[in-house]
Write a protein that binds this ligand. Structure first.
Ligand code: WT7
Length: 637
């Protein structure tokens, strides 16, 4: 499936030019390489005002027929999925395309048997086990809309997401393995479901063999249900613009948004971008280390590779277990050729013993990728030198949950690479930089707000249940443009360098959190009156979470209070949003109109207090002195 893969810089330039001059012709030729039950009538219909974006209108398809069925003839016995468990001593499992097809059909039949139908929303809260992949594809097979919630989120977060989408079913497991820990996943689901009335069925996959609470009439074991179902399940016919999935992500307000992707456009963009960025070849063994709970796992662990007929690796564990060499051991074990991970993982491994990398051959590797946040030059060079042995290109891929697939990235061995730069847009992608008035900046060697001026097939269609929120979040800041929320630079050769978020979103280990969301969680703590959260540079995580908190009665010992606050955040959001630093303060720097001046807090959090700028407009400038003093003393964790 290497159609429309550009192989030289010249071909890239030609494809890019064509994609701008005739976007519809460009994308409809690519779309024609897929299996459609019925061809579309209109390639593109769009405006960014409402917004209304429709690709391949009238086209009928099922994405799983494209991921599975169409490969059976030529790739039936080829490996589709390799599963490597958390414990290296446990046996790995492999599935050919034929076997994966069967597993997905069986799972789909279990869903149907339990009442699931086209259009239903199904929440998936599962560890990285093969059944997670089966479950996602099974939903797509029957036309149910999957909403995968990363298994590190708390019961409260899960409940919010289930209620927002009114899910009728939850797919989960008894527990999960993560390094040396075992986590009772089903217990978290039970807690969440206390406040979710829409859920009628829970299907539980056995992973740990733990005895768990099974609610009569609601909960069933997957292994019981699957016993007598057929290994075949005809795929539901979907419209190109029917919803494929919802994936929640943070914005600058407290409540996560349900980003909606649709069947046809997402499929075309996932496959095209996968094939071109990584320069995928038929014999590759491809490994994306992201969890399926994030968009990277959706597009580049599952859909993109399977649409391309690739062999994709699913890893249950963590990079540091049983030791810091695990990633490299797994690469050698399976002969991984393309490896895609996050800068935070690279930075955490850089801190280990260099022999943890050097003791593996890594001979099979050809292409390395990075995603989730800007990769700093030091990490880029370490990755390039020690993992890639200066032989493998490192592609820095910029994109978002909302974009569905990679937008700006070098194409491995095809387009120029510059450390810490995402470089050029993919064919079909039209990024622009604008100034604060929304005016396009056309020169090079400039900096501005990163926007898109033309639709692409993989883009967000709406935010679930609230289209206006989609318009306000992405299409209202700059008229007629999709605004990414990122700032970026363009160098003299036109290469993009992403600087980071310009809104109140922070990126912790490649995961997005709205500062408002964390503040809301902190404020739930009974001792807390008010809080303000900002990001600050963190050696491993990229950004750390720094919380300034006003408390009611400040006890003698702040440690206890901090532990309490952390516990509240873990309960409301999950461990992944734990503040790294908490400073108890008696006031926050506010303007006369009551707005918190985050600029000042950010400087304090960065440890740069020499020049805090103009503080004269503050209601109480003295509060700044106290905060600065507190930040330098032991008043924080
Ligand atoms: C935000 C999107 C896309 C998959 C993972 C994150 C930042 C992402 C890069 C990169 C610089 C990056 C941006 C973006 N980001 N990739 N290669 N270089 N920044 O998805 O949770 O939707 O977050 O992550 O700030 O807006 P997400």
């Amino acid at each position: 499936m290497t159609n429309f893969q550009v192989k030289t810089y010249d071909e890239y330039q030609q494809a890019y030019k064509r994609s701008i001059e005739d976007p519809e012709g460009f994308w409809s030729e690519i779309a024609s390489t897929f299996t459609w039950r019925k061809k579309w009538n209109t390639t593109l219909e769009w405006n960014f005002e409402e917004p209304n974006v429709k690709w391949f209108k009238g086209g009928k398809l099922n994405i799983t027929e494209n991921c599975l069925d169409r490969h059976l003839k030529t790739r039936g016995n080829k490996l589709a999925l390799i599963w490597e468990p958390n414990d290296p001593k446990e046996r790995f499992v492999r599935y050919t395309y034929r076997e994966l097809h069967e597993k997905v059909c069986q799972f789909a039949n279990v869903l149907k048997k339990n009442g699931a139908k086209k259009g239903d929303r199904i929440c998936i809260y599962m560890p990285m086990i093969p059944e997670l992949a089966f479950a996602v594809l099974a939903c797509a097979r029957i036309g149910a809309i999957h909403s995968v919630v990363f298994a590190g989120f708390s019961a409260v977060s899960m409940a919010d997401r289930i209620n927002d989408a009114q899910c009728s079913m939850v797919l989960t497991s008894d527990g999960l393995n993560r390094g040396t820990k075992q986590i009772p996943v089903k217990r978290v689901v039970d807690e969440a479901l206390e406040s979710c009335s829409s859920v009628e069925k829970v299907i539980v996959v056995e992973r740990l063999g733990w005895a768990v609470n099974m609610e009569e009439g609601r909960d069933v074991w997957y292994h019981d249900e699957v016993k007598d179902v057929s290994k075949d399940c005809p795929a539901e016919e979907m419209d190109a613009e029917d919803m494929l999935f919802i994936l929640y992500t943070s914005g600058s307000t407290g409540k996560p948004k349900g980003v909606v992707h649709t069947c046809g456009g997402y499929m075309v963009y996932a496959q095209y971008s996968f094939s071109n960025v990584f320069q995928y070849e038929e014999s590759d063994i491809y490994w994306c280390t992201a969890d399926i709970g994030w968009i990277t796992g959706h597009t580049y662990l599952l859909y993109g590779p399977l649409l391309s007929g690739a062999t994709t690796l699913l890893f249950e564990g963590v990079p540091t277990y049983p030791d810091m060499g695990r990633f490299w051991q797994v690469c050698d074990k399976f002969g991984v050729t393309i490896f895609y991970t996050a800068p935070t993982a690279i930075r955490s491994l850089m801190g280990g013993d260099i022999d943890d990398v050097l003791s593996y051959s890594l001979d099979s590797l050809k292409v390395l990728g990075s995603v989730g946040e800007p990769i700093n030059e030091e990490a880029w060079h370490w990755y390039h030198t020690h993992v890639g042995k200066e032989r493998c290109p490192v592609v820095d891929t910029w994109w978002q949950t909302e974009t569905g697939g990679i937008m700006i990235s070098s194409l491995a061995n095809v387009t120029p690479i510059k450390p810490a730069h995402a470089a050029f847009p993919l064919p079909g992608i039209q990024p622009i930089l604008v100034d604060s008035e929304g005016k396009e900046i056309t020169d090079n060697e400039v900096e501005g707000y990163l926007c898109m001026k033309f639709p692409w097939p993989g883009m967000i269609r709406t935010t679930y249940g609230d289209h206006e929120r989609c318009r306000l979040s992405y299409f209202s800041t700059y008229k007629g443009l999709y605004f990414t929320g990122d700032g970026a630079k363009r160098d003299q050769n036109g290469l993009y360098r992403i600087i980071g978020r310009v809104d109140d979103v922070i990126n912790v280990s490649g995961h997005r959190f709205g500062t408002a969301e964390i503040e809301e969680a902190i404020n739930h703590n009974v001792h807390v009156i008010e809080s303000a959260v900002v990001g600050y540079p963190h050696d491993v995580k990229g950004q750390g979470i720094y919380a300034f908190v006003i408390c009611k009665d400040r006890p003698e010992n702040d440690e206890w209070l901090r532990a309490e606050i952390i516990e509240t955040v873990v309960e409301k959001i999950g461990k992944i949003a734990k503040p790294d630093k908490i400073q108890i303060v008696s006031g926050l720097p506010k303007t006369r109109s009551g707005k918190i001046m985050r600029r000042i807090l950010r400087k304090v959090a960065e440890g740069d207090v020499s020049n805090l700028g103009d503080t004269s407009t503050l209601l109480d400038p003295a509060v700044v002195d106290e905060i600065v003093e507190g930040s330098l003393s032991k008043a924080k964790v």
